[in-house]
Design a protein around this ligand. Structure first.
Ligand code: NAD
Length: 318
């Protein structure tokens, strides 16, 4: 009997290097399907408030022979002190023996699956022929939303950010252009990835056929979309339980203008159990709160590459 496990440690570079955007999209799509089909399980995310700076989240999931636990932060104003908004670790264990197999940088896992979720939503819900992208909030996770949308064939796009340099850098990387919030919001597919302190999508932005992927509001009290705009959209989310409590939809739920029958889970659409876009005129809105099963999907992809010998990382004995 071994007294200790050899645990592989993946830093951000190893995670990003192991999972190209296209693979992240495929895996995240699979996560939505497995989750909706009940094959992968995921207890509710636990929030631990750390006022006034932010909060911690514990996110467990199990599927395809592994169990994962992500211990992750959202400290929205950390960039002002030179620290990331999202940080922490993801533990990967064998679901058969309980053995700890790996520790992975969770910011990289989060960015891949968050960006991929925006791309899956656009593949599934954007109007026919929609290609231009507006990105409002070009920080760490916004950048990955844009990269994944590009990998899914969308673009070119407009980058808008309260920090012009961040928008310029991303636009230069992608061959897009920098623009105002209004210009970004006018594109066919719009992803919002701001801290959710103030609305960045207004009712006046809702031209027919637009698809909105709203990713920034992933906890109580955050919102990126004006209430008046929210109620004019066909609403989709990653998971009703989570989104109704701590996502973009939660304000509408609390205000009794959004209820369960108004909202379709994206996994149900993927499994043909729910209706997607009904016309080219509808405005669709996907509320992403981020599922532990998506993290699991990316961890599986990293682990597969490692087991194939394509990723070289250190191990620690624990
Ligand atoms: N849905 C999910 O699964 C998920 C996953 C990860 C992060 N998030 C959330 O996304 C948000 C952003 O996270 P991040 O790690 O990318 O942070 P970040 O700080 O790296 O990026 C946020 C960007 O938004 C910009 N911004 C702020 N207010 C703005 C405004 N009014 N208009 C335009 N730009 C504005 C900032 O300048 C910054 O560049 C956070 O609220 C985080 O909790 C959600």
């Amino acid at each position: 009997m071994r007294a200790v496990s050899e645990v592989a440690v993946f830093d951000a570079e190893a995670v990003i290097g192991a999972v190209p955007a296209r693979t992240a999209i495929e895996r995240t799509r699979l996560a939505f399907e497995r989750h909706a089909g009940g094959e992968w399980s995921m207890p509710a995310k636990v929030y631990l408030d750390a006022p006034p700076a932010g909060d911690f989240r514990a996110m467990p999931a199990r599927g395809d022979g592994i169990a994962t636990l992500k211990w992750v932060t959202s400290f929205p104003h950390n960039p002002a002190r030179g620290l990331p908004v999202v940080a922490g670790a993801l533990l990967v264990s064998s679901a058969e023996s309980g053995e700890l197999l790996a520790i992975m940088d969770c910011a990289a896992i989060t960015s891949l699956r968050t960006g991929a979720a925006a791309a899956v939503s656009a593949q599934l819900l954007a109007a026919e022929g929609a290609s231009t992208v507006g990105l409002i909030g070009c920080g760490v996770n916004g950048a990955w939303a844009a990269r994944c949308l590009v990998a899914a064939g969308f673009g070119p796009g407009v980058c808008a950010d309260a920090r012009p340099r961040v928008a310029e850098e991303l636009a230069a990387e992608l061959g897009w252009r920098v623009g105002s919030r209004e210009e970004a919001a006018a594109q066919a597919v719009v992803a919002t990835v701001t801290p959710g302190d103030e609305p960045v999508i207004k009712a006046s932005d809702l031209a027919p056929g637009k698809h909105l992927a709203v990713l920034g509001a992933d906890a109580r009290g955050k919102a990126e979309v004006e209430r008046e705009a929210l109620v004019r959209c066909r609403l989709f989310c990653d998971e009703w339980e989570q989104a109704s409590r701590g996502g973009e939809l939660s304000g509408g739920v609390a205000g009794r203008v959004v209820s369960r029958p108004d909202v379709t889970e994206i996994g149900a659409v993927l499994l043909d159990r729910g209706e997607g876009r009904r016309s080219n005129e509808e405005v669709t809105l996907f509320d992403s709160t981020g599922l532990a099963t998506q993290d699991l999907a990316i961890a599986l992809a990293v682990l597969a590459e490692y087991r194939e010998g394509r990723v070289d990382v250190p191990t620690v004995a624990l």
